[in-house]
Design a protein around this ligand. Structure first.
Ligand SMILES: NC(=O)c1ccc[n+]([C@@H]2O[C@H](COP(=O)([O-])OP(=O)(O)OC[C@H]3O[C@@H](n4cnc5c(N)ncnc54)[C@H](OP(=O)(O)O)[C@@H]3O)[C@@H](O)[C@H]2O)c1
Ligand SMILES: *[C@@H]1O[C@H](CO)[C@@H](O)[C@H](O)[C@H]1NC(C)=O
Length: 317
């Protein structure tokens, strides 16, 4: 009887703790963004859409950098209706094509005088290759965003204080960067099973953190700061291509522990808007607070090498 009571009490306490843990803190900044321009990649759904919604509500001009015009227009319609802000515009960006990234940057720089906040949010866990023959996950989650950021840096510098926010994941702790695999396969690992794709996802999210680490150093004498983050476990469309078994096994965890996309935008918003975090440039955030990284996620040499390899893969050096 006593054992049973202990077990029940343990379960109740555990559930309470879980609920407390998953009640994510909110971005406290009251900043308004009239006259400012932001780009959010992958903003037609999920965390990107709720991020764009919040920034539009604050008065920003929001560039919806998405690959599918149809899906983007539907989201823009929702955002305009909800916020009353009509300065929400679609610009085509397919991060799975370096050519598309270059086109986007060219269009943007020609037509938009300002860039105050760049949010590298788009991400996926799909197999396959990009138009350039890179692994899809590496190509979209890291390389496309790398090129995009580099091409927009001068505009960000002109508009400082400005910020680059890159949505990573807690999953980066399981990642590693295999430069040999990258040079032979243009990918971070081989294989296309759900498990292999999940591993590649973690590797790509480690790239996001290392990219931000190196970017901060390169921006040291400018008014541009940058941050990476974990948004929380969020109910979105990210698992839409997962196989049957992965879906079935994850379903109860997602139902119990994952929260809505509006909560999922809070740490992104914190990094984009919170006053006074400039001295934390290059760092990683979770639950609207800076979080310490493992040594491998702030390894100067690996971060520098990843930057150089990325430049080569983008045909920049
Ligand atoms: N959900 C979570 O629990 C969680 C946890 C940790 C980190 N994250 C990160 O949060 C970010 C947002 O993910 P989410 O959960 O909101 O997923 P989502 O609902 O699947 O949204 C992903 C967005 O990225 C876009 N995208 C995918 N491939 C693209 C490409 N080649 N070019 C341009 N856009 C592309 C998608 O566009 P389409 O609609 O056209 O496919 C979509 O708008 C990702 O970086 C993800 O890694 C999520
Ligand atoms: C950064 O911003 C400050 C204040 O706006 C300005 O005085 C300074 O010149 C800027 N620095 C650079 C490198 O642009």
């Amino acid at each position: 009887m006593f054992t049973l009571l202990v077990v029940v009490a343990g379960l109740v306490a555990g559930y309470g703790l879980l609920k407390w843990y998953i009640k994510l803190p909110r971005c406290k900044s009251a900043a308004t963004l009239h006259g400012k321009t932001v780009i959010v990649t992958g903003s037609n759904t999920g965390i990107g859409k709720t991020t764009a919604m919040d920034l539009a509500r604050r008065g920003a001009r929001v560039i919806m950098a998405c690959r599918d015009r149809h899906r983007a227009e539907a989201a823009i319609c929702d955002i305009k209706k909800e916020t009353g802000n009509n300065e929400v515009v679609f610009m085509e960006l397919d991060l799975a094509s370096l050519q598309s990234v270059r086109c986007f940057a060219e269009n943007f720089l020609k037509s938009e005088p300002r860039l105050d906040i760049l949010i590298n949010n788009a991400g996926l866990v799909n197999g396959g290759k990009t138009k350039d023959g890179m692994g899809m996950i590496f190509g979209v989650n890291h390389l496309g965003h790398f090129l995009l950021t580099v091409l927009l840096l001068d505009r960000l510098k002109e508009c400082g204080p400005s910020r680059v926010v890159t949505v990573s994941s807690k999953g980066h702790v399981h990642g590693k960067i295999d430069f040999n695999c990258l040079s032979t396969h243009k990918d971070l690992a081989v294989g296309e099973t759900d498990w292999a794709l999940f591993q590649k996802y973690c590797h790509s999210k480690l790239c996001n953190v290392l990219f931000t680490h190196e970017l901060a150093k390169r921006l040291d004498d400018t008014n541009v700061t940058c941050y990476s983050l974990h948004p929380g476990g969020i109910k979105t469309e990210i698992g839409r291509h997962a196989g049957f078994w992965a879906r079935t096994m994850l379903a109860p965890i997602i139902a119990l522990c994952f929260v809505d996309a509006e909560s999922g935008a809070q740490t992104t918003l914190h990094c984009a808007l919170q006053e006074g975090i400039e001295s934390l440039s290059g760092r990683y955030f979770s639950c609207c607070a800076v979080e310490e990284l493992d040594a491998k996620a702030k390894d100067d040499a690996v971060a520098k090498k990843l930057w150089e390899v990325s430049e080569t893969l983008c045909g920049m050096s």
